[in-house]
Write a protein that binds this ligand. Structure first.
Ligand SMILES: [Zn+2]
Length: 375
């Protein structure tokens, strides 16, 4: 009897916590202020790294993944089924109303994972012997694809040549490295998942410190695009509840690409150039965020290089007031709690932005931009 009473009080307390979170999230969505787009560019929101039942470990059908991407307002979806030949005959691709699907594969070799975006043919990981990561990257590039290091938790060959970028955030890695939270999340999921799925998932949102540090080290030597990998599978069901539905995983985090049009060529060019940022859209839609460098003549956006010159200034603008931090070569050099930060540049370096939002006094990472390289 006493045990049941304790459980009831506990359940009510949890529900109160989720209700508070819901109020904060609602307020963040309504406080949003639209920003005018940069001239000639559209902020396209999408997901990179998603599996369908062409992969051995996913239950999601093509129809389900398309519908979920459309329902969550994505403009592009880059599918990366586990490497097999069926991808190239059965995998969804092309325009589906306002959604553009670009297909590719996730190729795993020796415990290391590569996303091969927009490859057209099957790449075998073996020819008499296991291929090296470098050989696989070379084949991806030979097909005109883009190569990203995925699952940074287990990736080791960071000196591989030719990769376009890396996952700074991978949802699966994020869950594995917080496995100690899973019993608590499962308890919440059983009692609250129908009413408060986003609030339950917030428990898992944390800044991916080691992978950001790794990225900061690498970008001081070469340009590398930072993306979020959703690693959507839609496979976990607990007492009839889909814990990782496409809808939920797509709402959690998105990669934004600034491109002149939502077509395959311009989108892939902009991704390769690093005209990107990623955002935990579960907190608030970040569409409209911009990070630019300019003086009276030149202008650069995320991913670009621009020569240092006197008068050069960096500007970050977000559609929401948050804590904006400017990083130079991995160290914070300026910050403001505002919707805009202006910073006069005094030296060359690799500059990038992070914005965090405070919910109930707890800071959550919200936006992480690709760098501007001042050379
Ligand atoms: Zn995957």
């Amino acid at each position: 009897m006493m045990l049941a009473g304790t459980g009831l009080v506990g359940g009510l307390l949890i529900r109160q916590e989720e209700k508070d979170l819901r109020r904060w999230l609602d307020r963040l969505q309504t406080d949003r202020k639209a920003l005018p787009p940069l001239p000639g560019l559209i902020d396209l929101k999408g997901v990179i790294h998603a599996h369908t039942n062409i992969s051995h470990d996913s239950r999601g059908t093509a129809d389900e993944i398309i519908r979920a991407a459309q329902e969550t307002g994505l403009q592009f979806l880059m599918t990366t089924d586990h490497n097999n030949k069926r991808i190239f005959t059965e995998g969804p691709q092309g325009k589906h109303d306002n959604l553009l699907i670009i297909r590719g594969a996730e190729i795993v070799q020796g415990g290391q994972s590569l996303l091969a975006v927009h490859i057209k043919e099957y790449i075998d990981e073996w020819t008499h012997r296991p291929k090296t990561i470098q050989e696989i990257v070379d084949e991806i590039k030979a097909q005109g694809g883009l190569a990203f290091a995925a699952h940074p938790h287990t990736f080791k060959d960071w000196d591989v040549e030719g990769i376009d970028g890396m996952e700074i955030y991978d949802m699966a890695d994020n869950v594995y490295t917080q496995a100690w939270k899973l019993p608590w999340i499962a308890t919440k999921a059983l009692t609250l998942f129908d009413d408060y799925p986003d609030e339950v998932l917030l428990t898992l949102l944390s800044r991916p410190d080691p992978y950001i540090s790794q990225w900061d080290l690498l970008t001081q030597k070469r340009r590398l695009v930072g993306i979020a990998g959703n690693d959507a599978h839609q496979r976990f069901v607990l007492f009839g509840k889909k814990l990782d539905s496409y809808q939920l995983v797509f709402r959690f985090v998105q990669t934004h690409i600034l491109a002149p049009a939502c077509e395959e060529g311009p989108l892939l060019d902009a991704l390769k150039a690093g005209h990107t940022y990623f955002s935990f859209g579960l907190l608030a839609d970040a569409t409209g965020f911009q990070f630019t460098a300019g003086n009276s003549g030149d202008r650069a956006i995320m991913g670009d290089g621009i020569p240092y010159s006197p008068g050069l200034a960096l500007t970050a603008q977000a559609p929401q007031t948050g804590l904006i931090r400017l990083y130079q070569n991995g160290k914070v050099v300026d910050h403001a709690t505002a919707a805009r930060l202006d910073h006069p540049v005094r030296e060359r370096g690799v500059y990038r932005i992070e914005v965090s939002l405070s919910i109930n006094g707890v800071p959550y990472p919200w936006i992480i931009s690709s760098p501007i390289y001042i050379v």
